[in-house]
Design a protein around this ligand. Structure first.
Ligand code: ASP
Length: 452
């Protein structure tokens, strides 16, 4: 396969994204969005349906993928004590990166004094919702019914159950062998499904982004330029500087290589605004492009999608400073420390799904005594901000996965430093070998005959 062909899927996805932005902007700026045909049949018709189908397809993979890859991960770990170390290290790193993220965001926002002397009139309303309290989060880690947890896509209980199944399989020993082999095969099948879904990504990314941009309050961007500018700046600072310094310091891996290979994951996160829905793509990239062993990635990726939200924390830091300034509330060091603590804790219990950052924000506001309806001020631009911060969230998940894998010697550096490793092109993704096809048909025939 030529490298040109291999490049094509990434390039196609990026093209889909660029085209989506252009088409969305045209629809929005020319006022076409107010045309009922365009609104009903194109933006909320075609784009909406294609985009939602794609997000559903990604979500469809998450639960079985996490379940089987974790079972394989636990069984293939070789030393069960490693499980505790991987858990401890990734938890510590996820909390650390989130705390650093929000602290820097607050510092940057305070330095720029965003929102000072601003008088933004808004009719947008925001009714605060509750995030679950930490005690409940702890209780819910253990599912009373694993099927329920899987049906709801609750990541922490699914992780807990899958690990327990894997550990128990190890305890059962040889008898469980065929089950382990079955899980390996199931995991491989799920990974193939990821490839199939990725093959249609360019079109879906186009639809998702065109719809988001077309319906975005672009006029709001200008009136909130200070907030948006500082927020995007803080997010980029975290992605390119903080995370890359952390990667270099803790693992000595080359950040440039990391950034080159993370693009695909970021585009998926950006267009779906959901770390959870991006899990299949993150998992694929971390294992096949960075060379992280499945025994680490199967845990760190879904765990990170749930508890690690650097980008979301940054939004909370910037929004807190912004709204405190607009409402002329002096938070002081104590207030800001509370904000940092609350955001880090809130990120543990909330899933990586679209818009959850706002729910966490209302919890933080209640804690420090800021008016929750103030969130209405930033509501109009939040969808776009959500897309950008989700891309930062998943980059954090991948960074920590690499650091933990490297420290446990569970990383193939040849894969990490090979620019083409794990690259995919659309034809490759859905390729079926004809001879294998015939062979499998014969197998089915044989089984049928033996049954007669
Ligand atoms: N959409 C984000 C995520 O999935 C969470 C948020 O900031 O709302 O990671």
């Amino acid at each position: 396969m030529s490298s040109n062909r291999k490049m094509s899927l990434t390039v196609q996805v990026l093209l889909g994204m660029a085209l989506g932005i252009i088409v969305g902007l045209v629809i929005n700026l020319t006022g076409l969005i107010n045309h009922s045909f365009v609104d009903n049949y194109i933006v909320n018709g075609l784009f909406h349906v294609v985009g939602k189908m794609f997000v559903n397809a990604l979500k469809m993979l998450v639960v079985p993928l996490v379940f089987f890859s974790l079972i394989c991960g636990v069984c293939g770990i070789g030393d069960i004590r490693m499980l505790g170390r991987v858990g401890g290290k990734s938890f510590a790193l996820y909390m650390l990166t989130t705390a650093i993220a929000i602290a820097t965001a607050i510092l940057i926002a305070v330095t720029f004094g965003i929102g000072k002397g601003m008088n933004v009139a808004t009719d947008a309303q925001f009714a605060g919702k509750e995030s679950p309290p930490l005690t409940q989060v702890l209780i819910d880690i253990i599912p009373s019914n694993p099927i329920n947890a899987m049906a709801n896509g609750d990541m922490l209980p699914i992780i807990f159950f899958s690990i327990l199944v894997g550990v128990s399989m190890l305890m059962v020993g040889r008898k469980a062998r065929s089950f382990i082999e079955g899980a390996e095969i199931a995991n491989e099948i799920m990974m193939k499904m990821v490839n199939i879904i990725m093959a249609v990504a360019p079109y879906a990314v186009f639809a998702l982004i065109a719809k988001a941009v077309a319906t975005l309050g672009i006029d709001l961007l200008a009136s909130l330029a200070g907030y948006v500018g500082v927020l995007v700046g803080a997010l980029m600072f975290h992605l390119f500087i903080t995370l890359m310094i952390i990667l270099k310091v803790f693992s000595r891996l080359n950040p440039i290589m990391f950034l080159k290979k993370i693009r695909n994951v970021q585009v998926f996160a950006f267009s779906t605004a959901s770390s959870n829905a991006t899990i299949p793509v993150t998992m694929r990239t971390v294992t096949q492009r960075y060379g992280v062993d499945n025994s680490v990635a199967s845990f760190t990726v879904p765990f990170g999608a749930t508890i690690n939200m650097d980008g979301t924390a940054i939004m909370q830091g910037v929004a807190t400073v912004f709204i405190a300034n607009v409402y002329n509330v002096e938070l002081g060091i104590g207030g800001y420390l509370t904000v940092i603590l609350m955001s880090v804790l809130a990120s543990i219990g909330t899933a990586g799904v679209p818009g959850v950052g706002l729910i966490m924000l209302s919890m933080v506001f209640t804690q420090v005594g800021l008016p929750v309806e103030g969130i209405g001020l930033v509501l109009g631009v939040d969808r776009l901000m959500d897309m950008i911060r989700t891309a930062v969230n998943v980059s954090g998940d991948a960074t920590v996965s690499c650091i933990v894998a490297k420290s446990e010697n569970k990383m193939d550096l040849d894969v990490y430093y090979d620019p083409e490793a794990g690259m995919l092109d659309a034809e490759d993704a859905i390729h079926i070998d004809e001879s294998i096809e015939k062979e499998l048909a014969e197998v089915v025939e044989k089984v049928k005959r033996s049954e007669q």
